[in-house]
Design a protein around this ligand. Structure first.
Ligand code: BDR
Ligand code: CA
Length: 313
């Protein structure tokens, strides 16, 4: 089977960084056409720079990185320095990138790429707020039916929320954008907190990254050391959840994951539950499924894949 063409839309973020590294390390399965940065964990100025730092760390400075939207569609930007640190990528000391930022806007890159490639051959992989994707769909409605699939990290059902009691960060930051994407009719695979909270970097798993003894392995271990302090305190869990790499791991080994086809709607009206992903897990509404909502993964298989692939870089 030929490698799947994808665009990663991202707000790095340590876990975004690991998701990008996994994609770059997996050319048999993933053909990364480009990266679009969005404002999220930290402002756009930092996320686009962090995306380039990660490409250079991986040894892929030719990867086209584009800056996209600098704020959500209809709300002020909410960021997460309390999790990811001031730079968004705190932990390792990575040099400032020398590879260029592409001049084209990220939204135009998404539109142009979907128009240039064969219909149904490009998968979008959002790892942050859905602003760039929704803006592209609004600006160029003809591209919507050309998307093969959207595989995204966002939302929660049983785990409910992490930034508010009822909302996961990526969806909360731009609920209007998420609403557009979930109503688009494009096949969607969702990696919600329900599954990512099972992808925990225990000490042993982080030691395995460090033991690679490569710049990539050491940087990933240092990133995890940094952001897991937050999750260990918050959830009293044995390690930090590696949210975003679930997206790229799914493209490589979908059999590691299981979930249900359900209807998902986004709360955009109530301030109390803003950004909630209302997933009809028990099929009580009779509304048609619009997403494969993942609930479980083979965590050992996931970390074995990750370690094996990071070792290649
Ligand atoms: C999501 O929010 C960000 O902090 C992470 O990078 C991940 O994409 C988890 O809620
Ligand atoms: Ca992210």
């Amino acid at each position: 089977m030929s490698a799947r063409k994808i665009i990663i839309d991202t707000d790095p973020g340590q876990d975004d960084a690991v998701a990008i590294l996994l994609a770059l390390a997996s050319p048999e399965e993933i053909d990364l056409l480009g990266i679009t940065a969005v404002a999220g964990n930290v402002p756009l100025e930092l996320t686009q720079k962090n995306a380039r730092k990660v490409c250079e760390l991986a040894g892929f400075p030719e990867t086209p990185v584009h800056a996209g939207c600098d704020r959500p569609l209809g709300r002020p930007l909410v960021t997460a320095e309390h999790v990811h640190g001031k730079t968004g990528l705190d932990g390792p000391q990575l040099p400032d990138p020398v590879m260029p930022l592409q001049s084209r806007h990220g939204v135009d890159f998404i539109i142009d790429t979907l128009r240039a490639e064969a219909p149904g051959s490009v998968t979008l992989c959002p790892l942050g707020p859905l602003t760039n994707i929704a803006t592209a769909f609004k600006k160029a409605p003809d591209i919507v039916e050309r998307v093969q699939e959207i595989v995204l990290m966002g939302g929660a059902y049983f785990e409910v929320g992490n930034i508010t009691p009822t909302a996961e960060f990526n969806i909360y930051v731009d609920p209007q954008a998420a609403d557009i994407v979930f109503r688009s009719g494009v096949p969607i695979v969702v990696m919600p907190l329900d599954v990512t909270h099972k992808a925990l970097v225990t000490s042993a798993r982080n030691d395995a990254f460090r033991a690679l003894a490569t710049p990539v392995g050491i940087a990933v271990a240092e990133m995890t050391d940094f952001f897991e302090r937050f999750d260990r305190e918050k959830y009293a869990s044995p390690g930090a959840p590696l949210h975003d790499p679930c997206v790229t791991a799914y493209l490589i080994r979908p059999e590691l994951f299981s979930g249900r086809e359900v209807n998902v709607e986004i709360e955009t009206g109530s301030e109390l539950t803003m950004g909630m992903t209302v997933a009809d897990w028990w099929g009580v509404t009779g509304k048609p499924a619009n997403a494969l909502f993942i609930g479980d993964l083979d965590a050992d298989g996931f970390f074995a894949l990750l370690t094996e692939r990071l070792a290649r870089l």
